[in-house]
Design a protein around this ligand. Structure first.
Ligand code: GLU
Ligand code: ZN
Length: 345
């Protein structure tokens, strides 16, 4: 089996070290196994698109030398690699789930949904995103709504009972009660897919073998596993990477200083140092070795050695490591790095 992994950023902002750490672990895993590293742009949320974000994501990868085998600028056999260019595919697969009875059209207006949530809150129930109002509409009601030209979204029918279990390569077996999951939207009324539909259709069609992503997506995974089952597809293997915290143990954010990879580049950090430092955010070889060249990392990286507990971003350690790499440079190389910075001012 050829390992095929992907980094699937949404161009909704400047890439945070957490995003690029995800890219790095996928890249290391692919290179270690002689596999394929894919970059797929998840740009279906048109409202959240940020100008310049895509360029900044690709520039961060290039700066760190994380080359991709398929994706923007290089293409490949499984393209297009921009989800906004694959809308017809998602529509086709949403229709397939409607046809097989695994999905249904929901005609609820946003006003109705808001009112429903307000009433749930008033009754002091835990507020759910949806009450399955349209799950059991009669054919007659459906025909009537269609003939009125009412807008609809496609929702996934989550099984009402039972549990969904999957194995995470970092965290072990994880079980969710299906009763806790909502009938999520797959296709919006404007014909755009949600993250869930587009993500699993693409992982399947692009023959992704391992999904390695931030652990904020862990709660989406049971939904994805159920979607794979509904399609009759074999799910990939999953590995959810630990969160990155600031020194005060809260989620790493601007409050802790620079977080965008491009900021570190501007501040004079060397890509080799940054790469080495980021590889240790959640992975270690033996809990003590700190300095790794790119080749060492490719040679030693394994999912087994990724921690399940959060990593702490230590700016001082990065600073120290950068010093180590700077001192190792030849004077010529160092001058080559310094000159463009001096010439900028
Ligand atoms: N587009 C999602 C993100 O921005 C991808 C999550 C995943 O890898 O499934 O992180
Ligand atoms: Zn509805």
């Amino acid at each position: 089996m050829t390992v095929r992994v992907r980094f699937a950023p949404s161009p909704t902002g400047y890439p945070h070290v957490g995003n690029i750490r995800t890219a790095l672990f996928n890249w290391l895993f692919a290179r270690h196994h002689g596999g394929v590293f894919i970059v797929r742009i998840e740009d279906t949320d048109q409202n959240r698109k940020v100008e310049g974000a895509l360029e900044s994501i690709l520039a961060s990868l290039k700066w760190l030398g994380l080359d991709w085998d398929e994706g923007p600028e290089v293409d490949g056999q499984y393209g297009p690699y921009f989800q906004s260019q694959r809308l017809e595919l998602y529509q086709k697969y949403a229709q397939a789930l409607l046809d097989s009875g695994h999905a249904y059209k929901c005609y609820c207006s946003s006003e109705r949904l808001e009112q429903m949530r307000r009433e749930m809150a008033e009754r002091k129930e835990s507020v759910r995103a949806y009450d399955r109002h349209c799950r059991d509409l009669t054919d007659q009601q459906r025909t009537q709504y269609e003939s009125k030209g009412m807008n609809s979204v496609v929702r996934f029918k989550i099984p009402l009972v039972g549990q969904t279990t999957f194995h995470d390569l970092i965290r072990g077996d994880i079980t969710f009660d299906n009763g806790e999951l909502d009938d999520l939207v797959l296709l919006k009324s404007d014909g755009y897919p949600t993250y869930h539909l587009a993500n699993i259709v693409d992982d399947h069609l692009m023959e992704i073998t391992h999904v390695m992503r931030a652990d904020e997506w862990l709660s989406s995974t049971p939904r994805h596993v159920l979607l794979y089952e509904a399609f009759g597809w074999q799910p990939p293997l999953f590995a959810h990477l630990p969160m990155i915290l600031g020194p005060d143990k809260s989620k790493l954010s601007k409050r802790h200083g620079a977080t965008a990879v491009t900021e570190f580049q501007q501040q004079g950090y060397l890509p080799e140092a940054m790469l080495n430092f980021m590889a240790l955010l959640g992975w270690s070889l033996d809990d003590k070795t700190e300095l790794f060249s790119r080749d060492d990392l490719v040679q030693y990286f394994s999912i087994e050695r990724v921690n399940s507990t959060a990593a702490v971003f230590d700016h001082q350690k990065l600073h120290w490591m950068n010093g180590v790499y700077i001192r190792q440079m030849s004077t010529e190389d160092l001058l080559g790095q310094i000159k463009p910075v001096l010439e900028q001012d």
